[in-house]
Write a protein that binds this ligand. Structure first.
Ligand SMILES: Cc1cc2nc3c(=O)[nH]c(=O)nc-3n(C[C@H](O)[C@H](O)[C@H](O)COP(=O)(O)OP(=O)(O)OC[C@H]3O[C@@H](n4cnc5c(N)ncnc54)[C@H](O)[C@@H]3O)c2cc1C
Length: 217
């Protein structure tokens, strides 16, 4: 369940993001404490305020860089990071392992062919159609394992088939271009003429409506 929106400072040199999810994040968390997740992808680049790579920073320094990006006056940053926050740095060097390119067969099926009393769960097991890096993926592998091995007559919740849905594909195409319309790509004269012809052909049709709805044109 998503309870907060990730905000990314896209021009920050660490490529920093933060998210504040529904509080409390931990049962024992005092009511007047707010837990913030701050993270960044380029840990080797000097920061914009703290001129050090993130991987060499203390928690306080990471907090200072964040406070700078959310607009705290510079005169207050150090005091706030030291006395109003407790920042715990965590390095996750293997997190990209989830996303390594793989071929079918590199990861075991949840219930390998012929298995009767064991299964593989979690992000490194292969389950059809789903995408890793979600808690749903892990849950689905658990359900699949139990239902299959114990012959439980229940279906594993469906994965939304976005790869087969033209609306999702159009939407993703535009998002991949940072919201720029594909028709604004640089085209040569022949391509421009072809595009004009196609646009006139679809004028007034449902296809035009669809492309407009997803900001393709
Ligand atoms: C920074 C970050 C942000 C994320 N954001 C989201 C998000 O917004 N939404 C979302 O859906 N998913 C998100 N995910 C992914 C999600 O957290 C994971 O996919 C999910 O938690 C995996 O669950 P799991 O139970 O399969 O594995 P894990 O949660 O990794 O559990 C495995 C457990 O096994 C234990 N273990 C390992 N080896 C042994 C051993 N030898 N003996 C005993 N125990 C062992 C580990 O300590 C761990 O507790 C995020 C992950 C990260 C790292």
């Amino acid at each position: 369940v998503v309870t907060g929106g990730i905000v990314t400072v896209k021009d920050s040199s660490w490529l920093m993001s933060w998210t504040i999810n529904r509080q409390p994040q931990f049962r024992q968390q005092p009511k007047d404490h707010c837990l913030v997740w701050v993270y960044a992808l380029f840990t080797d680049k000097p920061g914009d305020y703290v001129k050090k790579p993130m991987r060499e920073c203390t928690g306080k320094e990471i907090c200072m860089e964040w406070l700078y990006h959310i607009g705290v006056p510079e005169s207050e940053i150090e005091d706030m990071a030291a006395n109003s926050a407790n920042t715990v740095p965590v390095m996750m060097p293997y997190i990209d392992a989830f996303f390594m390119p793989r071929a079918y067969g590199d990861r075991p099926k949840v219930v390998p062919d012929g298995a009767v009393n064991f299964a593989f769960l979690g992000q490194f097991a292969e389950t059809p159609r789903d995408t890793i890096f979600t808690t749903e993926y892990s849950m689905r592998t658990g359900m699949e394992a139990v239902y299959t091995l114990l012959n439980v007559d229940r279906g594993v919740p469906e994965v939304w088939g976005s790869v087969y849905d033209v609306r999702d594909l159009l939407d993703a195409t535009v998002k991949l271009r940072d919201g720029k319309k594909p028709i604004d790509m640089e085209l040569n004269l022949v391509e421009k003429m072809a595009l004009k012809k196609v646009l006139s052909k679809i004028h007034g049709t449902d296809i035009e409506k669809l492309l407009k709805e997803y900001q393709v044109i």
